[in-house]
Design a protein around this ligand. Structure first.
Ligand SMILES: C[S@@+](CC[C@H](N)C(=O)[O-])C[C@H]1O[C@@H](n2cnc3c(N)ncnc32)[C@H](O)[C@@H]1O
Length: 313
């Protein structure tokens, strides 16, 4: 049993990937290793899995916890946007299954050094890989009010984006907004209170989400990785993606739809000139967790699973 992070829709992921003995699998987001472990068990005795995570702490933890799988498990600290290079380098091409379980793990959320959690607090870093890029506190210190508002609107769909952005710019003249506690308190102060009992999420949830997406260029990384992923799947291989908010899910849905259609010629062109052929077939309908799972794992609340199968192009 994995401590700290319960894998979301674990049975459904296995049903969709249908991992067989001897197969090649990629888990692009190992996190706590929950899905990785189940896939390795399902591909016993000789299936192999390449596991990636941008977070070196996740890789180290999973390496220790799943050492019993020996060389069936290959781990790399890497951003999945580099999948097209990292997988072939590790000997993984024509793979049978590719999983993305997006967002952050319970380990990261609970780590007070990283600033992911509204209630956990800590310095506002929010990088999956703290050795690269710019921490969230730096964005809050550097961007002007219009840029901050655009960020909160675009990545958080935050209705009070302008008001929050202006409050940040005003506040930082006195003191930096550089901890999760300060940012959460500021948002709580400027956003109108929702009617009693109506509030389901903390008022700063959307702002935290927006910052995390921006800091890690999460949507750009996902688009790049999906494109590289289809190239890596063998015909019959399965792609499974778990997303946790509508921006991610929209990208996955549109990607699968575009690869289902293939041709990108405008409708007025009488015959196809682009030469692009369908490469994916959607498998089943999107899946969301049921009551039973949500009762033991509330973090799964917003999860949505989409699956597709590679077809010979
Ligand atoms: C929801 S967790 C995965 C949990 C995992 N499936 C399990 O069962 O324990 C998401 C993980 O993906 C990683 N991650 C997010 N974006 C990434 C990216 N662009 N490249 C590599 N890893 C990423 C995070 O660091 C985090 O550890």
């Amino acid at each position: 049993m994995e401590e700290g992070h319960l894998p979301v829709l674990a049975e459904e992921v296995i049903t969709m990937l249908a991992p067989a003995s001897g197969s090649l699998q990629i888990d692009a987001t190992v996190g706590g290793g929950g899905h990785t472990e189940r896939i390795l068990e399902a591909t016993d005795p000789d299936g192999r899995l390449l596991g990636l995570d941008a977070d070196g702490a996740a890789i180290a933890r999973v390496r220790a916890r799943l050492a019993r799988f020996g060389d069936r498990l290959v781990l790399r600290q890497a951003n999945f946007r580099d999948l097209g290079r990292v997988a072939p380098e590790a000997g993984f091409t024509a793979v049978d299954g590719l999983l993305f379980d997006l967002g952050l793990s319970s380990f990261q959320l609970a780590d007070a050094e990283r600033g992911f959690g509204i209630r956990t607090g800590g310095p506002l870093d929010m990088r999956f890989d703290p050795s690269r890029g710019v921490p969230a506190a730096e964005l809050l210190a550097r961007l002007d009010a219009a840029e901050l508002a655009a960020l909160f609107r675009r990545y958080g769909e935050e209705p009070f984006a302008g008001r929050i952005a202006r409050a940040i710019v005003e506040e930082r003249r006195r003191a930096p907004v550089d901890t999760a506690e300060r940012l959460a308190a500021l948002v709580e102060r400027v956003v109108p209170a929702s009617p009693r009992g109506r509030r389901r999420i903390h008022p700063a949830t959307r702002v935290f989400q927006a910052l995390r997406i921006a800091v890690n260029d999460e949507l750009g990384a996902l688009e790049t990785a999906l494109a590289a992923g289809v190239d890596l799947l063998r015909p019959g291989g399965r792609l499974v993606v778990l997303s946790y908010h509508s921006l991610e899910d929209r990208i996955v849905k549109r990607f699968i739809e575009a690869e289902r259609k293939g041709c990108i010629c405008p409708p007025e062109v009488p015959v196809c000139v682009c030469g692009r052929r369908p490469r994916l077939r959607p498998v089943g309908k999107p899946i969301t967790p049921g009551e039973r799972e949500l009762a033991v794992n509330p973090r799964a609340r917003s999860a949505r699973l989409r699956a597709a199968e590679r077809i010979a192009a």
